[in-house]
Design a protein around this ligand. Structure first.
Ligand SMILES: Nc1ncnc2c1ncn2[C@@H]1O[C@H](COP(=O)(O)OP(=O)(O)OP(=O)(O)O)[C@@H](O)[C@H]1O
Length: 384
């Protein structure tokens, strides 16, 4: 079978960058699909012996694809074009995609090259062939069924559906980002959004044992789900024994500061891992005001000591919107498995952190030294 694979934003890049991104997109697809590509001035044609189901499964998970279409082709000759329409129409009727008794139809024609007919004339010709076969009604503005005809020089391609892809940029076309993953609902979605922008993701879970339990297994399952959308690029997962740092915080700092200091330590730990992995940024699942700790003041105070950019792709999303994405990508079910929460959370956590106060406490508890001890415990987890 053959397919047109369409990309979006890549098309507006300079020729050099476009070429690089197209290559990355094709390589990512090839990593899971035995196939060949023909690249005709940005029109990618994928050729494969694999089943339609397999192709649909892979293309629906590859970032950078705006839409794709199974195509058939013939030579640019009216008789041959009519023959192909005679093959396609009974097939789509059979598959229930077109019911000429009640559905209207249109033919849309695009053309590249010099021909002795215009695109409109060819659309009219193809439409008359469809009418001969079906007697269906034409509706050019709002058809129930569309036959797309694309003529490129002496080749004519036809397709009847444009299947939407995920959009975004090909994974690996941008740099690497360390994504803080907690095992909850939001952070896997934030990681997914970073994949969407073409970033390689390195997941970091701060294991707060003994204050939290059973989170590593959950995070591992979420990483496996995320791997499905990182076609062509291996997702890395690290954990760290963060409970050790948390214990120090609980002993040395005012109780209400525990969560602020925990988050501040996580960002700096993520920055440390980013340095090891040549990553240029950190991402987390914060959303303003979603929980009492995610106030603007807390966000400012917890990020102050971290010099690396911290992205929060969910910052403006509602919980319902985040949950909807989590359900679509298949991380939700794992996220909601009860794990008992974090027993280090104080009765009255700080929700209005003052920058100077937080910075003073950070100095008082020798945060940097304690974090440096914890950084010996980075562990890479195999997610296969
Ligand atoms: N133990 C952890 N390890 C790694 N990252 C964490 C951890 N706990 C929190 N984070 C990061 O901080 C972000 C905000 O966490 P917080 O607990 O304030 O909110 P949340 O709404 O419960 O987030 P989530 O649904 O992702 O658990 C998380 O989305 C995640 O990116």
């Amino acid at each position: 079978m053959e397919y047109f694979v369409r990309y979006g934003e890549i098309g507006i890049k300079s020729p050099k960058i476009r070429h690089k991104f197209e290559k990355r997109l094709m390589d990512n697809i090839k990593s899971e699909l035995e196939c060949e590509f023909e690249n005709n001035q940005g029109r990618l044609t994928l050729k494969t012996e694999e089943t339609n189901e397999k192709v649909a499964d892979v293309l629906s998970r590859v970032f950078g694809i705006v839409s794709y279409s199974p195509i058939t082709q013939t030579i640019t000759d009216k008789e041959k074009i009519s023959e192909l329409i005679h093959e396609i129409i009974p097939k789509v009727i059979d598959e229930g995609k077109f019911n000429p008794q009640k559905d209207t139809f249109a033919v849309k024609c695009r053309r590249v090259g010099n021909h002795d007919f215009s695109s409109q004339e060819m659309a009219g010709y193809c439409g008359s062939v469809v009418i001969d076969i079906t007697n269906a009604k034409v509706d050019l503005s709002n058809p129930d069924f569309t036959l797309y005809v694309e003529i490129r020089e002496n080749k004519t391609y036809m397709f009847t559906e444009k299947i939407p892809g995920l959009g975004g940029l090909p994974v690996g076309s941008q740099g690497s980002v360390v994504c803080l993953i907690s095992s909850g609902i939001d952070s896997p979605v934030a990681s997914f959004q970073m994949l969407k922008r073409g970033c390689k993701i390195i997941l970091l879970h701060c294991d707060n044992n003994p204050y939290t339990k059973n989170t590593i297994e959950k995070v591992k399952k979420q990483a496996q789900r995320l791997q499905r959308y990182s076609v062509g690029v291996k997702v890395k997962l690290y954990t760290i024994n963060f409970g050790q740092y948390l214990e120090h915080v609980i002993k040395q700092a005012p109780p209400r500061m525990t969560c602020v200091l925990c988050k501040s330590g996580m960002y700096q730990t993520a920055a440390q891992l980013a340095k090891f992995n040549h990553a240029n940024a950190i991402a987390d699942g914060s959303s303003i005001g979603q929980v009492a700790s995610q106030t603007l003041r807390n966000i400012e105070a917890t990020r102050y000591k971290c010099r690396m950019p911290i992205f929060s792709p969910l910052i403006s999303l509602d919980k319902i919107e985040i949950e909807a994405i989590a359900k679509t990508i298949g991380t939700y079910e794992t996220s909601i498995i009860p794990d008992g929460g974090c027993s280090a959370v104080p009765k009255y956590p700080e929700t209005n952190a003052e920058l100077d106060v937080v910075n003073n406490v950070i100095d008082d508890i020798n945060q940097k030294d304690v974090l440096e001890e914890v950084w010996n415990t980075f562990t890479k987890i195999d997610i296969d």
